[in-house]
Design a protein around this ligand. Structure first.
Ligand code: DAH
Length: 336
């Protein structure tokens, strides 16, 4: 220290610079850099700041030169501090655990989104909610009685063969359709009734591009004293226009289901594959189904439908293989 006192201003400045640069180069944390910045350049008592304060006392010529030098040194120290900081930010040296760079861009957690099938089901629910239908849930393990018998599919009925069934016991099975929800709901509610019931159903089908042993259905049921087949077709056509757009082409033809009379199926024209695709079965609820749940078919009529959300989604998104919906491949899912 003795010798420093005897140095002139320029020498003091140069000495400060070389010591400071050395310290900056060996500083290995953001804290150390920040401490150095304060110690050297701090506004009130930084070492360089103090030297600046001595400048006005110098004779004019020396003051000019020393002033210039002091400014240069200030710049090069600032520069060195900044460079060292960037070096540390890029992972150079050891980063202190306590350092938090609040200016760094935020890292967002990965956020998922609804599955395309869920989305179609939600849209379908919205359309029917708009028409006054309530959505209800039911059990996937169902009684044979509800899945078949009360829908007029008795134990020896040939139409049972179409829906090869997973039985849990003699009386309990994995529902093959959402239609048992018609029975469950009508048993507990009196008309007027307007419900939909989306959910999973199960069939012992071999897996291929259009079949899986588990898939979705959405049941619909309306019971009132004034309704008709044309009302049913009108509602279904409205639904298709809402879901697929005003220009969608639909067609309806006669069919057979044990629990409806008359029965129909509806198809939608799939522009991409230039094919008509069946999306639902429907019909006027059979009077005996109404009798099974103590609703008088002389007073009330009903209609019902069962549609396939997997089908709807395939048409909506132009997907040709149902398995894409279920194998969880992110490359597929992230497109939606
Ligand atoms: N349950 C039928 C199936 O799984 C679809 C169906 C047809 C449901 C006619 C209905 C209906 O409610 O009235 O293929």
């Amino acid at each position: 220290m003795e010798s420093v006192l005897t140095l002139n201003m320029k020498e003091k400045l140069n000495l400060l610079k070389s010591k400071a640069l050395q310290e900056i180069s060996s500083a290995n944390s953001f804290e150390k850099i920040e401490n150095l910045r304060i110690r050297l350049l701090g506004r009130k008592s930084g070492e360089l700041t103090l030297l600046f304060q001595g400048l006005p006392k110098l004779p004019l010529q020396e003051r000019k030169e020393a002033g210039q030098l002091a400014n240069e040194i200030k710049k090069s120290l600032e520069q060195a501090l900044l460079e060292k900081e960037n070096y540390l930010k890029k992972g150079g040296g050891k980063v202190s655990k306590n350092w938090l760079d609040v200016t760094a861009p935020a890292i967002l957690p990965p956020i998922g989104h609804t599955h395309p099938l869920t989305r179609v089901i939600n849209e379908a629910k919205d359309i029917f909610r708009y028409l006054g239908f309530t959505s209800v849930d039911g059990p996937e393990a169902e009684l044979d009685e509800y899945n078949f018998q009360k829908l007029l599919l008795h134990k020896d009925h040939p139409a049972r063969d179409v829906q090869s069934t997973y039985y849990i016991s003699e009386e309990v099975l994995l529902r093959t359709q959402t239609s048992p929800m018609q029975i469950r709901y009508m048993e507990r509610h009196k008309p007027p009734i307007r419900i939909i019931s989306p959910g999973r159903v199960y069939r012992r089908d071999a897996i291929d591009a259009t079949h899986l042993p588990g898939f979705f259905q959405m049941e619909g049921l309306l019971v009132d004293d004034q309704t008709s087949l044309t009302h049913l077709i009108g509602v279904l056509t409205f639904f298709c226009k809402r879901l697929f757009g005003e220009n969608v082409k639909t067609r309806v033809y006669g069919h057979h289901f044990p629990y409806t009379e008359p029965s129909i199926e509806m198809e939608v024209y799939h522009e991409k594959s230039k094919k008509w695709l069946e999306i639902l079965g429907a019909g006027m609820v059979h009077p005996n189904v109404l009798r099974n749940v103590d609703i008088d078919p002389e007073v009330y009529r009903g209609w019902a439908f069962g549609m396939g959300p997997d089908r709807l989604a395939m048409i909506r998104y132009g997907i040709d293989d149902i398995r894409h919906f279920y194998n969880g491949d992110l490359r597929f899912l992230e497109q939606f």
